[in-house]
Design a protein around this ligand. Structure first.
Ligand SMILES: NC(=O)C1=CN([C@@H]2O[C@H](COP(=O)(O)OP(=O)(O)OC[C@H]3O[C@@H](n4cnc5c(N)ncnc54)[C@H](O)[C@@H]3O)[C@@H](O)[C@H]2O)[C@@H](O)CC1
Ligand SMILES: [K+]
Length: 489
């Protein structure tokens, strides 16, 4: 279910399978499977269409030759351009200018990509990316690292595909960092390889099946005390909005009582959400509350003292934004975080993660899975590394990549909403893993629904998310999977 494999794991399975089969079998299967997808994209009457097939020097190019042959057999007019069979200018001259292609098939490089794409191949990729037609990438969009989702090279290029058919198993790089923009719709084809040849995956896609059992319908005989208290600690001078966004998200996702504990003189109430209660953080009694620390918290002595108190306590805790920066700057706070035993979720963006690890944001983005896992292990906490294809990692090495969400979330305050949502689920008794997985998935799904309604991605605001999250959450509860043994309704 949604397993993701590293290039090394795919290579191992491929070797084991190839050893039991006549030479070329897997490549033929890959080519035929891709040709079926290609014909589906081209649609009715393939005879009327022209496809451009680009073949590289390795086995990815071999797959492309198989696709070209299959398409030609189906009557599609195929123009085949082979890299390595021509010099740069020659190869490009083989791409007839001005022709209307029904489809481009990208078989330049797959998992054997070893260095930045330059010269003729780079020029081909630039040409393909300027075309308006569908592009089907074989295995991996050429130029993209299948493990990390990075475009290889300091100034690299990669094919922007509308579809990617990926072979043997799905790969993390298709779903995180630049992966989502380059891979388009991903189709996995096992090319007949026995699943037993693949190792147990430690990375998965984040899907409702991963956390859906945690949704519970509410009993009639319940009261607000049943659903926990959330206290958002933040709101330094000029940053009062951040904890309000987190608090609104906590309230609208079902927390019983929600407090904003301001580190500075905060507002007396939220006219848009008068159910929220405002307190002075310095004198607030946090006993029994799930704490969300960080939104607009600043770096004052009060903020540091309150953060230390939150780390030392046994309240479930979400650490975001300034709380993460303060921890990154203090070995003492780091030790207190690592010593915690209660549920803890950290929600860094790449720069905050880099500060925690003492590296650059580039290093974090170069291997998002590893960065998230390392923070989780170091602090024995659940880590949500935000960005396109958010990574959620646990201290035991389990990692997941989230498929929901869109560029509308790249705007001020959406992280505050996510932190509040995580806190709300913790307050309602969810374990940290399930709370983080569900919060990240629903946050993205809510943004996707808002975009479908025309409220983004351009101009989507964080304030719109809590109500959309509430709709997603109630639907998830209504449609939740029943535990094994109970009748599914
Ligand atoms: N080996 C097998 O049994 C199978 C392989 N398959 C396909 O084979 C691919 C892997 O094949 P390969 O290992 O041959 O690797 P690739 O075909 O992905 O690329 C390796 C080739 O490209 C060259 N190369 C790498 N980076 C380059 C760059 N930046 N610029 C110019 N040349 C570069 C290498 O020198 C080598 O010739 C998979 O992605 C998949 O598409 C599939 O057919 C399934 C079965
Ligand atoms: K490719």
């Amino acid at each position: 279910m949604g397993a993701l494999y590293s290039v090394a794991e795919i290579r191992q399975a491929e070797r084991a399978a190839a050893a039991q089969l006549p030479p070329g079998t897997l490549m033929q299967r890959a080519g035929r499977a891709a040709a079926r997808i290609a014909l589906g994209i081209i649609g009715a009457e393939p005879v009327a269409h022209q496809a451009l097939v680009l073949a590289g020097p390795g086995n990815n190019g071999g797959d492309a030759l198989e696709v070209a042959a299959s398409l030609a057999q189906s009557g599609v007019g195929v123009t085949l351009v082979q890299l390595g069979r021509a010099d740069a200018a020659g190869a490009l001259n083989h791409i007839p200018a001005g022709r209307q292609w029904a489809l481009v098939v990208d078989g330049l490089f797959g998992i054997g990509l070893a260095r930045p794409v330059e010269g003729a191949a780079r020029a081909m990729i630039d040409t393909v990316n300027a075309l308006a037609c569908p592009v089907l990438a074989l295995d991996v969009p050429s130029g993209l690292d299948a493990d990390s989702g990075a475009v290889i090279g300091p100034d690299g290029v990669a094919v922007r595909a509308t579809h990617t058919i990926t072979f043997i198993g799905d790969k993390p790089g298709l779903h995180t960092l630049a992966g989502r923009d380059h891979a388009g719709h991903v189709i996995v084809d096992r090319i007949g390889i026995d699943e037993a040849l693949l190792p147990g995956a430690s990375v998965h896609m984040n899907e409702p099946a991963m956390f859906g059992l945690a949704f519970a319908p509410r009993l009639h005989d319940s009261h607000k005390g049943t659903f926990g208290d959330v206290a958002v600690v933040g709101g330094a001078h000029g940053m009062a909005g951040a904890p309000i966004l987190a608090a609104r998200a906590a309230l609208l996702s079902g927390a019983g009582r929600v407090f904003v504990a301001s580190v500075d003189h905060g507002p007396a109430f939220d006219s848009g959400q008068p159910e929220l209660m405002f307190r002075d953080a310095a004198s607030f009694n946090f006993a029994g509350s799930t704490i969300v620390a960080g939104p607009g918290m600043g770096d004052s002595a009060t903020a540091i003292r309150l953060l230390g108190k939150a780390l030392d306590g046994d309240n479930p805790l979400v650490l975001d934004a300034d709380a993460i920066n303060l921890i990154a700057a203090s070995p003492d706070l780091q030790a207190r975080l690592a010593a915690r035993t209660a549920h803890t979720i950290l929600t860094p963006h790449p720069l905050e993660a880099a500060r925690l690890l003492g590296v650059t944001a580039g290093v974090v983005q170069g291997d998002r899975l590893e960065a998230a896992r390392e923070i989780a292990a170091r602090f024995d906490a659940c880590v949500v590394l935000k960005g396109s294809g958010t990574v959620i990692a646990m201290a035991d090495g389990e990692a997941l990549i989230n498929p929901t969400g869109n560029p509308g979330l790249a705007s001020a305050g959406t992280g505050d909403v996510l932190a509040g949502l995580c806190g709300s689920l913790l307050a309602q008794g969810w374990p940290a893993r399930d709370a983080a997985l569900a919060a990240v998935w629903m946050h993205g799904e809510a943004a996707d629904r808002l975009v479908a309604e025309g409220c983004g991605p351009i101009g989507l605001t964080a304030s719109e998310l809590p109500a959309a999250i509430r709709r997603v959450l109630n639907r998830m509860v209504a449609e939740r999977p029943k535990p094994a043994g109970q009748p599914q309704s």
